[in-house]
Design a protein around this ligand. Structure first.
Ligand code: FES
Length: 389
């Protein structure tokens, strides 16, 4: 028989519950009359819980030891608050737009992801440490033993379990430890705000503010002043501009090409911007001669001979459709295996994509260099709410 420790109300040790003596279950009216301590004691008896020992961490409130423990716990929540605020500031104001390694400011951009990762990660870590520190330093020390039972919990079980939680909250002294309450509130508020900003921050802008010239409707193939936009290869060196001639591609081959304007030639930054723009890449496919071709209504003259130019951006979810299979003349998107028929206006023939790849109208100048006759006549890539094609 264990020695009974000092009495702590309903948390005091109870006699082991003999398996053949089921406690009387109070009526609903009696339950409603019972105090929290009574309900906890009843729950202990019903659930075969034996409180072996129970001890307040700080029986005398307000001691220096307790204040030190409170400061240590609050310190973690304050660190979480500071880290959460740093995350918010970095997420909103840190330069996030892509810079290639050779551009000025590339190192600042390169720090964006690590900084938001470290600040958010540390904020969550600090909250976890604060909770652990609180339970280890301030919650009462109980040692209880319970026999587990199968089956669904009854009403009385649920009421007594709720009472146990309430009592634990009361005994934790959280109400009188204002520093912890405030630091938890600040950390929770900042982290909650951080989650909201991360989830919805990107939506707080108007993608249509430029009207018909909005980013979702125009690509780098658009030329506002009418300057001719040529098709160029990308050798990996931004200012090594190699234009594409009609005779450069073998029958049955494919080449990825990008837009280029002569006025960009001496502006490496503009060239880099055009190359990295997500709606720039186009697959230039040279079909074999005499293969059957079906053209899309209204786009009958978009090809140049056997050359067809399709946006590389998949109409399903925007992955690059990089693979071309000459024998079947199919373009494959590796993300979800959509396939597009290159000799039938790149219409989808397999997989989840539901609309053809956008086709770029092309022609050749008098020296044989290929150029875009205009921008795409429909948005490239996946569907969006306002899309009407
Ligand atoms: S993004 Fe291409 S199939 Fe899904």
């Amino acid at each position: 028989m264990s020695t009974r420790p000092a009495d702590h109300g309903a948390n005091a040790p109870t006699e082991p519950h003999p398996s053949d003596a089921t406690p009387r279950i109070p009526s609903d009216e009696e339950l409603a009359q019972m105090s929290t301590d009574d309900l906890v004691a009843l729950g202990n008896r019903i659930d075969d819980i034996e409180v072996v020992s129970g001890r307040e961490r700080f029986p005398v409130p307000g001691t220096r030891a307790e204040k030190r423990a409170v400061r240590q716990v609050a310190g973690w929540f304050i660190l979480a608050t500071i880290s959460g605020l740093l995350f918010l500031v970095a997420f909103i104001w840190w330069p996030w737009e892509y810079r290639s390694a050779t551009e000025e400011g590339a190192w600042v951009y390169a720090l964006y992801t690590p900084i938001i990762g470290v600040t958010f990660g540390f904020a969550v870590f600090a909250v976890g440490m604060g909770v652990i520190a609180y339970s280890k330093k301030l919650l009462p020390e109980d040692l209880t033993v319970q026999q587990r039972h199968d089956g669904r919990s009854s009403e009385v079980d649920r009421r007594t379990a709720a009472a146990r939680l309430i009592q634990t909250g009361q005994q934790s002294g959280i109400a009188r430890r204002k520093l912890i309450v405030r630091s938890v509130g600040a950390a929770g508020g900042v982290l909650g705000l951080g989650v909201l900003v991360a989830a919805f921050g990107g939506l707080v802008k108007n993608p249509w503010k430029e009207g018909p010239d909005s980013a979702l409707l125009k690509t780098e193939w658009f030329s506002p002043d009418g300057e001719r936009v040529y098709l160029r290869k990308n050798s990996g060196i931004v200012d090594d501009v190699v234009l594409v001639r009609a005779g450069d591609l073998e029958p049955g081959s494919m080449e990825t090409v990008f837009p280029f304007k002569e006025s960009q030639r001496s502006h490496p930054e503009e060239l880099a911007e055009t190359l990295r723009s997500s709606d720039s890449p186009v697959m230039l496919i040279n079909l074999r001669p005499n293969v059957p071709v079906i053209k899309r209504a209204g786009q009958e003259d978009f090809n140049y001979g056997t050359l067809f130019a399709y946006s590389k951006i998949c109409s399903h979810m925007g992955c690059p459709t990089s693979l071309y299979e000459d024998q079947t003349m199919r373009i494959l998107c590796p993300c979800h295996q959509s396939q597009f028929q290159a000799n039938e206006f790149a219409k989808p023939v397999f997989g989840p994509a539901a609309r053809p790849l956008a086709q770029l109208p092309i022609a050749a100048d008098d020296q044989g260099y290929l150029y875009a006759r205009s921008d795409f006549i429909e948005p490239v890539g996946p569907a969006f709410w306002e899309r009407n094609s």
